[in-house]
Design a protein around this ligand. Sequence first.
Ligand code: AMP
Length: 217
Amino acid sequence: MRIVLIGPPGAGKGTQARVLAGRLSVPAISSGDLFRAETSRGSALGELIKRHTEAGELVPDELTTTIVTRRLHEPDAGGGFLLDGFPRTVRQAELLAQALEEDKTVLDAVIALDLPDDEIVQRLTGRRMCQACGMAVHTVFSPPRVPGRCDGCAGALVRRADDTEETVLRRLAVYAEQTVPLLRWYADRELLLPVDAKGAVPEVSDRMRAALAAVTR
Ligand code: AMP
């Protein structure tokens, strides 16, 4: 299956993408993770990307799409994929549709996670990520067993540079301006499956699974 997962920052896209991709046996491909990998290489491209991500702004559409579609052409994504955080603008969605058309494929569904702004700010400012495996925890809602260490792989837990309150608010504004119009774009193409992202991870996963089952039966 070829699925897109959209949602405001902090709605749990990364966590849910891993769960669903595991169930569907397809790779979860996160544009944010691809950017963080490039940034950590310290390349000139990484420096350019960092200027946008650290300000809470979007990386330009053409550059983003080039990086993501290159990843989509790797062999493990040949039988399907779950895109996490891409596309984020109508322009990116158009470019993705073109790339898929060239590959003679289409998307099966677009899941849109929904969460109120106050909950997002609370979730993101307490979020810590494992530097080694990328798993997310929350200092209050899902604290790690050993402070500062990932429960899964014992890697160091760090705060993302763009999870400060000021940058989170900017990311939310960018989502409202640039990504919300994309929801209508996919709804018009009868691909959109809205899912409430409130509650515990398994509850949200179950809602996503039920929404997908209804359209893929
Ligand atoms: P994420 O890990 O999905 O929260 O993404 C982190 C940051 O990477 C975002 O705040 C953006 O600056 C950038 N980013 C991720 N995906 C995209 C995208 N599809 N288009 C533009 N910028 C993106």
